[in-house]
Design a protein around this ligand. Sequence first.
Ligand code: LLP
Length: 422
Amino acid sequence: MGSRLVSSQPVPDSSPFRYQRGELYCEAVPLPLIAEQVGTPCYVYSRSAILNNYRHFSGAFRAAEALTCYAVKANSNLAVLRLLAQLESGFDVVSGGELRRLQTIGADLTRVMFSGVGKTTAEIRLALEQDLLALNVESIEELETVARLAADMGCQARISLRLNPDVQVETHPYISTGMRQHKFGIDPEKIESLVAVIKKSRHLDLVALGCHIGSQILDVKPFQDSFVKLQALAGEFGRRGLPVQILDLGGGIGIPYRGEAPAPIEEYARFLTEHRNGYRLVLEPGRFIVGNAGILLSRVLYRKTNREKSFVIVDAAMNDFMRPALYQAYHEVLPVQQREPSQTVDLVGPVCESGDFFAKERHLPEVAQGDLLAVMNAGAYGFALASNYNSRPRPAEVMVDGGNHRIVRRRERFEDLIELEQ
Ligand code: LLP
């Protein structure tokens, strides 16, 4: 790899995004080739990285006999879903739209968890028409609604109860979900009411208890704590005549964005193997599977300086990639042409908001108009969170497989933006 990498946190050896002869590649495809053929901004995904991440994850939890249900919300591109379905992944969905994506690719719906704090009756009906692994219910009123709809439809609803384990995690407050002040899950104190509703209905079949404590968590302790709580609660339900077979621990395992130590998933897996006591387990990783498998590729439009700052303005913006604006998230930025860092700049987009930045006070190499930059680790919650703010068409998505690449979602056109308007 010749000269030193331009970043203080070098691309790890296992990354599919690596410099070859001074140019950044995804697998065996040079990124300038993609930029030229597809245009910028665009998302670029590595098929092999998704494959490896999935195998790493499901392999680590094999001894614990956990079913991996990929959280579709992290990246719901059909090509990504198809790849994971081929690997026999299960899925976690949180809307009728996500479920319909899985129907579109012909995924095995018996391995699908349907979560979400506010499912509509249309979504519940859609779920009940399929033979899903379970509908993950998040309130007593939802439970009653499911019972009523299942009775109307004359079917059995296989349900899971998402409980709120009141476990604190170290992550951004917007993506911490497992404490009492959060809207998620049901307070375990409500157990008697839950049991009463379930026993009263002939249409509810309680198969699982679940929780999801948050996202981008790099420490295993909170997962272990919530598993212990969940298992104790399963005992409580069992003692009341409602034994469950499945414990669903949700997703949330973080990835290194800034050179952090990776989450010790093997330790988590060992803990589950030792403590699962015969329960079947479900895990719902999103970020872990796709996060480091994607980048946002963009081109420098302009540079400017004032008395205080230097700015690099690129053609991607917060509408294309929300994480920095929304969570003050740190994302590595690499120049596609490898060079030493020599300046401190703010990397910003064209949108009319000061929150439209990708990096602040970042040490980057000198760049010129037309140069390409890669925002790293953008495969999870990248395109999925993109919007049309400022009437900007959403970027194209490209999948790289070895030396080949193909567009898996074309760039939106202006006509797409106005199509639904009268
Ligand atoms: N299961 C449930 C019920 C969830 O709500 C989530 C994520 C997951 C699984 C997957 O979590 P993961 O393994 O990806 O951490 N937009 C934010 C993340 C929001 C996560 C929402 N729930 C971000 O960009 O950081």
